[in-house]
Write a protein of this length. Sequence first.
Length: 179
Amino acid sequence: MTGRSALITGGSTGIGLAIAAALAEDGWDLTIAARDQAKLDDAVTALSTGTNTVHAVSVNLAEDHADAVIGQHLDAHSGLDLLVNNAGAGLVGPLEAKKAKALDLEIALNFRSAYRMMQAAIPALRKAARQHGASYIVNVSSMTARETPPTPPPTPPPRPRSSRSAAPRIRSSVRRGST
């Protein structure tokens, strides 16, 4: 048991769940935040090792709930050593076809929620850094952060390996104390 805790947004599936699993394996206490309660329940079961505490928060981060999510994490774990901003949406398609509502959703979830989560977490992360020598923020993004595909691919691409490869790299960085 590390005595350290992490909050992972988008932590019920995919890359977020893989990161949470790697941290759980190392004994971290966790809060996972996502919209789907059933997926959160499954993730809590999968992430509970018997030596850690896993707390789930069902929340739509496209709306500003950062203070509440951080507050729930602190109520459950008393401190915050690692914030992983992983929640996001990628709505691909021709630029001219994107509706303002879809753009607003992407900005709210992919940018504003991560920004607000960092703002809300900073006091707890500073406290953890004073106590343990370091604290961390990891912001997960996608290829569409660099380039928006003009149209969806004709066939689904192969499943990306990132969910398997990102988690060990993040875990290794946290163990080494580097980011």
